[in-house]
Design a protein around this ligand. Structure first.
Ligand code: SF4
Length: 145
């Protein structure tokens, strides 16, 4: 039996209730994906130490990196910790690809909210998505399926 390639997947896309509001973003029809890959669920915000449910957060500055929730509490360290744990896991399990939820300040790969908490998107990458792609991991999102 051949060993399947591992794919890191935003846990919320697999139906795990880790989204900020306690819900998920479950993708239907994951069977095709799971035939080809071993799916490894991961939520960087939870792994970084944030609770579920939690207040929604946005990146307000990239240099220096600053992420706050909608009560203006600084959650930068938790986001960075989650990203670093994602990279460690990829290295440990030799994961070369990740399927990450678009528009999230952690997982977004093309668009994220612009830091104004007014539901406006801008072209930029989330913290985990950015760290993984800088380290050679190929990032996909749910729109690429
Ligand atoms: S951080 Fe990523 S995995 Fe976690 S809920 Fe947000 S989009 Fe999903």
């Amino acid at each position: 039996m051949s060993v399947k390639e591992k794919l890191l997947v935003s846990a919320c896309l697999l139906g795990v209730n880790v989204k900020y509001n306690g819900g998920n973003n479950k993708l239907e029809n994951l069977s095709k994906l799971s035939k080809k890959y071993e799916l490894i669920p991961f939520c960087p915000e939870v792994e970084g130490g944030l609770p579920t449910p939690r207040l929604p957060s946005e990146i307000v500055s990239f240099k220096p990196m600053k992420i706050v929730n909608n009560k203006n509490q600084n959650v930068t360290n938790e986001f960075l910790k989650g990203a670093s744990k994602a990279l460690s896991l990829c290295r440990k399990l030799n994961i070369k690809k990740a399927l990450l939820k678009e528009n999230s300040p952690s997982c977004g790969s093309n668009y994220i909210y612009d830091g104004s908490f007014s539901r406006v998107l801008k072209k930029a990458q989330g913290v985990t998505s950015s760290l993984l792609s800088q380290n050679g991991i190929k990032i996909f999102n749910e729109n690429n399926l």
